[in-house]
Design a protein around this ligand. Structure first.
Ligand code: CO8
Length: 257
């Protein structure tokens, strides 16, 4: 299925999605986004999958939304198509998604990576929100998630002045989890996803939800949600199994129940 604009496969308990428009720098047109969303939702519903990896290729994770597709759109087209609202469905996945980023990660591409839960970057990764060069601004989280991740000072430069940052800068500023040589970036992301996919599934899902609450809500709301989610896990078999396994000094056998 290499003619598909998103190559979808499984590696053990990890669902892998690779954006495949190399001649267009993996620009995110409607077809690519529809395929990513379909794959995310299918993996999310599949009990044999515990985590996902979203990747591009070595040269580009994605150089943004497809400018050629967007050029003729008006405000009414945007409102009626609801395209940006649909992208939010990536963020709505219950299972963790790791973005494996190499090369250009710009505009909507950077926003898509930031909708994921972690970012593994290659040494060549370049992050930016250059929408200002097109006379527009980020519309899918680039002013919000980026600012919370890297802080106001750097976000202002990136959004208002199209400053690109390297993988190392992104690491220093907390945008990415780790930076690895380009030949390893996909394997590193798959390994990390595989480790998480082997953990207690319910606890992973609720813990992801709780960390996202910290990122997206006030501390008071986040603490209340965290407490509620913590209590909920005490209704699971995995909680009993995990604690019994600790006491009995044996590995836990997770059921996801
Ligand atoms: N859209 C469409 N085509 C693109 C895009 C893009 N974002 N980026 C690259 N391409 C195409 C080029 O047009 C070119 O095609 P062709 O060969 O037919 O001319 C091909 O990919 C290769 O690109 P370049 O020749 O430009 O390659 P370079 O190595 O010289 O440059 C860059 C690489 C720096 C990545 C350059 O292509 C570039 O600046 N791209 C645009 C980056 C950008 O502005 N991104 C932001 C887009 S706007 C956005 O993402 C808003 C999101 C809002 C939310 C979603 C709304 C629905």
């Amino acid at each position: 299925m290499t003619d598909s604009t998103v190559i979808v496969e499984t590696r053990g308990r990890v669902g892998l999605m690779r954006i495949n428009r190399p001649r267009q720098m993996n620009a995110l047109n409607s077809e690519v986004m529809a395929q990513i969303l379909a794959a995310v939702e299918a993996f999310d519903a599949d009990p044999d999958i515990g985590a996902m990896v979203l990747a591009g290729n070595e040269r580009a994770f994605a150089a943004g939304a497809d400018i050629k597709e967007m050029a003729g759109m008006g405000v009414v087209d945007h409102i009626q198509s609801g395209r940006i609202a649909m992208w939010q469905r990536v963020r709505s996945a219950k299972k963790p998604i790791i973005a494996a980023v190499s090369g250009f990660c710009l505009g909507g591409g950077c926003e898509l990576a930031m909708m994921c839960d972690m970012i593994v970057a290659s040494e060549t990764a370049t992050f930016g929100q250059p929408e200002i060069n097109l006379g527009i601004m980020p519309g899918a989280g680039g002013t919000q998630r980026l600012t919370r991740a890297v802080g106001k000072a750097l976000a202002m430069e990136m959004v208002l002045n199209a400053r690109f940052i390297s993988a190392q800068e992104a690491l220093v500023h907390g945008l990415v989890n780790r930076v690895v040589p380009v030949e390893h970036f996909l394997d590193e992301a798959l390994t990390l996803a595989g480790e998480i996919a082997a953990r207690a599934p319910l606890a992973v899902q609720l813990a992801k939800q709780a960390v996202n609450q910290a990122f997206e809500t006030s501390l008071t709301e986040g603490l209340m949600d965290e407490r509620y989610l913590f209590y909920m896990l005490f209704a699971s078999q995995d909680q009993q199994e995990g604690m019994a396994a600790f006491v009995e000094k044996r590995p836990a056998n997770w059921q996801g129940k």
